[in-house]
Ligand binder design. Structure first.
Ligand SMILES: O=C(O)CCC(=O)C(=O)O
Ligand SMILES: [Fe+2]
Length: 320
C-alpha cells in the first residue's frame, strides 16, 4: 500500500498498480491531478535550469509541442558527423549482425556489446552507444543551441548519457505490426524525444507524425484523460494511451501531421502530445542521433550525471 502510494509520485503509468489504477480514485480525479501537478513541477524545473530566459524557438514549442529545426549544423560539421556515424554503424553491424528474436508488440531490450536492439513488431530499433572517440558526435551533443533547447523544454540539466546513434529498420506490417504506428501519447507528463536526422526522411521512410497542440492540458483533453484513466483502471491496462484519428479530430486540440524532413534537421517533440511513426515501405530505414529525455515528473531538477558519479564512488568505497 505504501509503495503503491509512493508510486503515484513517480513517472509510473501502469493502471495495473493498486493506487494509480484505482477506478474510484481516478473517478475522483487522481490521474488528472497527477497531470496537473506534473505541469507545476515542469514550470519549477524550467525556472531552475533556464531562469526566465526563453529562446525564440520556445514560443513555437509552447504552442505546438514540436519544433523542426532545419540546417541545424554547418555543412562541414554535418558531413563530418555523418561519416563518423556511418563508419561506426558499419563496424558495429559487422561485429554484431542484426538478428530477429521473434518479438511481438513492444519488444524487450536485447543488449549487444555496443548498444541494444528493441523490436516494435517486425520493425527494429537499433541503438548504438556513443563512445569517447566519437568526437563529431560529442560536438553535436554538446552543441550550445541543442543543450539550451533540450534543457528548457524538458526542464532538466544536460545529460549526455541519454543520447544514442539510432537506426530504424521498418519491417513487415502484415505479419507482425509495429505498435508505434498507431497514434498514441507516451506519458501523462511532459517529456521530450529528439531525432537529429542524418539522412532525408521521405514519406516512404515512415516520417515522425505529430498532432501539434495536443501536448497541452485543455479542458477537453483533461476530460478525455479522466475517462480513459477510469477505463484503463478497470482493465488493468498500461498508460501509453492510444487514440483513433477520428477521436483525435473530435478532441479538436490538433490534427495529426506528417513531418518528412531533410538531412541535418533536428526534431524535438513533447511526447505527451499525440504522435506516431508513419507508415513506411518495408525495409526502409531512418538514421538519426536520438534522445529520450524524461525527467522525474514530481521532482525539482537535479544533475543526474553528477548523482550517478557520486553513487558509483560510494559503491566503490563500500566494496573495498
Ligand atoms: O519513430 C517514430 O517516428 C516515433 C515512435 C514513437 O512513437 C516514439 O518513439 O515514442
Ligand atoms: Fe511514442
Amino acid at each position: 500500500m505504501v509503495s503503491g502510494l509512493l508510486k503515484v509520485f513517480t513517472s509510473n503509468k501502469s493502471f495495473a498498480l493498486p493506487i494509480i489504477g484505482s477506478p474510484i480514485l481516478n473517478t475522483l480525479g487522481l490521474h488528472t491531478f497527477r497531470m496537473r501537478l506534473a505541469n507545476g513541477f515542469l514550470a519549477l524545473r524550467r525556472f531552475q535550469v533556464a531562469g526566465l530566459m526563453r529562446p525564440i524557438e520556445s514560443q513555437q514549442f509552447k504552442r505546438d509541442g514540436i519544433v523542426v529545426l532545419e540546417d541545424f549544423l554547418s555543412e562541414s560539421e554535418f558531413s563530418n558527423l555523418v561519416s563518423e556515424v556511418k563508419n561506426t554503424m558499419t563496424a558495429i553491424d559487422t561485429r554484431s549482425p542484426i538478428q530477429n528474436y521473434g518479438d511481438q508488440g513492444f519488444g524487450q531490450k536485447h543488449t549487444f556489446d555496443w548498444g541494444f536492439d528493441r523490436y516494435d513488431g517486425d520493425t527494429l530499433n537499433r541503438f548504438y552507444a556513443i563512445k569517447a572517440e566519437h568526437n563529431a558526435t560529442h560536438s553535436f551533443i554538446n552543441n550550445k543551441r541543442l543543450k539550451r533547447l533540450t534543457c528548457l523544454f524538458a526542464g532538466t540539466y544536460h545529460d549526455p548519457s541519454k543520447y544514442y546513434l539510432y537506426k530504424l529498420f521498418h519491417g513487415t506490417e502484415d505479419t507482425n505490426a509495429d505498435s508505434q504506428k498507431a497514434i498514441h501519447r507516451d506519458t501523462f507528463h511532459s517529456a521530450i524525444k529528439l531525432w537529429y536526422f542524418l539522412e532525408d526522411v521521405k514519406p516512404e521512410h515512415g516520417p515522425f507524425h505529430y498532432a501539434p497542440g495536443t501536448h497541452r492540458l485543455t479542458n477537453r483533453r483533461l476530460k478525455w484523460e479522466k475517462k480513459r484513466s477510469i477505463q484503463a483502471s478497470k482493465e488493468n491496462k498500461g498508460g501509453a494511451f492510444r487514440i483513433s484519428n477520428e477521436e483525435l479530430n473530435t478532441l479538436g486540440d490538433g490534427q495529426l501531421t506528417s513531418f518528412p524532413v531533410k538531412a541535418n534537421t533536428l526534431v524535438i517533440a513533447d511526447i505527451r502530445g499525440f504522435h506516431c511513426r508513419g507508415a513506411a515501405l518495408e525495409h526502409q530505414s531512418r538514421l538519426s542521433i536520438y534522445a529520450n529525455i524524461r525527467p522525474a515528473p514530481f521532482l525539482p531538477a537535479f544533475h543526474a550525471g553528477k548523482l550517478r558519479a557520486g553513487l558509483n564512488k560510494a559503491k566503490q568505497i563500500f566494496q573495498r
